[in-house]
Design a protein around this ligand. Sequence first.
Ligand SMILES: C[S@@+](CC[C@H](N)C(=O)[O-])C[C@H]1O[C@@H](n2cnc3c(N)ncnc32)[C@H](O)[C@@H]1O
Length: 337
Amino acid sequence: MPTGTRFVPRPRPARCQAPPRTRVRGINHLDHDPAPFRPAIRPLGSISLGCAIRGATGTSSRARAWSIGQAAARLPAPIRGPLGRLAWRAYARFVAWRTRHEPEVDGGGLPIPPTRLRVLVVRGTYAGSFLSSGHAEALAIAILAHNHGSPVDEMGAILDFGCGCGRVARHWANLEGPEIYGSDYDPELTEWCDSNIPFMRARVNGLEPPLPFDARFDLIYAISVFTHMTEELQRAWIAEFTRALTPGGLLIFTTHGRRYVGRLSRRERLAFERGRVVTRFAEAAGSNACATYNPEPSVAGMLSGLERLESLTEGVPGIASFSPLRNQDVHVARKTY
Ligand SMILES: C[S@@+](CC[C@H](N)C(=O)[O-])C[C@H]1O[C@@H](n2cnc3c(N)ncnc32)[C@H](O)[C@@H]1O
């Protein structure tokens, strides 16, 4: 269990040989460094395709993807919906094919979820990225809690809200003390966690509160979940967390903050600058198609009943850039009564 009080960025691991096909070593223990795992095959999508587009057009593939996204957002909803689902299915199939030789269990013997589930929760879809990002984020959560005087190993119960396929929660394997709970809107994800992560109790919840547990939590964390909800849902869930936390309990959650304004249209950016929450595809709330952007003041305004302890608007330093705890704003609040 980490005892340090500051984040010290780790040097990047050197490139190494591809790992054995079925196991990734030393990943799911909080007291280990993630193994320097590299995928056996090259990331075709991000390198080859990106280079090809850059070479052909002179614009970066990312900028191009966003302008395609903005154009898609302007399509009428009846066309946009089916087109979006079709594009998503094609992407998920491509990623599943790309990662077909991946390991099936990690170094601690826990199954790794299939790509079609991993693709729903994090940008780095390789097993190695899935494991190492989750490991780094569990560690970061433990350090944040420790820094605010609440060591995770002294807690009674922890909830991973919007747990997905257990990317973060699986790394609490060696944590003695607290019971580990997870909940998510997507039943396929909670079923996977419940059947494959033996120390975690995962249940499905509705798009709106309540939580599916009676337990009181000393820590609730929601990584990249508020980013897919409307402002109304964000407020409702914060009120529910406030109810479900023990006195002095911690809430850690992430939002898309100022670093995301480049994604917004001019009109959206103006609203964001005026302190308004911007939501795209509100009708798809709960899925990754819905994206919400929270200016700083909107977060402070939501936390009634909680004391805001800190907001890291540059994310947690020292972890991979595709990790939500790095590229999103990270907020820590405490229930004071
Ligand atoms: C980008 S994924 C992140 C998953 C996980 N927190 C992680 O970091 O790996 C967003 C998750 O939020 C879940 N979600 C969205 N709306 C939700 C809601 N109202 N209640 C619970 N989960 C929700 C989705 O089903 C999805 O699993």
